[in-house]
Ligand binder design. Structure first.
Ligand SMILES: [Zn+2]
Length: 116
């Protein structure tokens, strides 16, 4: 199956070719504590993006390894792109932006990003 993470106005989306996740992760790092994303990580080859030029904004900080992206119109951040420790291209899917994901049934883990 596939599922889609999209921004509120629909300009940005990432469609993922895998089963809908049953687990997610929150993080206490400086950006995640502010944004409140529920993360799911997957390999980039499973993801088809829709990010029209002029609609997608990108934000990086610290080591600039993670490309935090968000919609220029509605401000939502349905995904980010980066690399796994082995160099493989990875995508963060924000499960809060996946309408078919029942957030109340997700098993939520916590990542101590603040200590990394
Ligand atoms: Zn939008």
């Amino acid at each position: 199956m596939t599922y889609t993470s999209s921004c509120h106005c629909g300009a940005l989306s990432a469609t993922v070719d895998e089963e809908l996740p049953t687990q997610g992760m929150t993080c206490n790092c400086s950006i995640c504590r502010r944004k409140g994303n529920i993360h799911h990580f997957t390999s980039a080859d499973k993801v088809a993006f829709n990010k029209p030029e002029g609609k997608v904004r990108e934000y990086t900080f610290n080591k600039h390894k993670i490309r935090h992206q968000f919609c220029a119109d509605c401000g939502c951040a349905p995904f980010a792109e980066g690399e796994a420790p082995n160099g493989a291209a990875m995508v963060e899917i924000n499960l809060r932006c996946v309408p078919e994901c029942d957030l109340s049934k997700l098993e939520i883990g916590e990542f101590d990003g603040a200590s990394v």
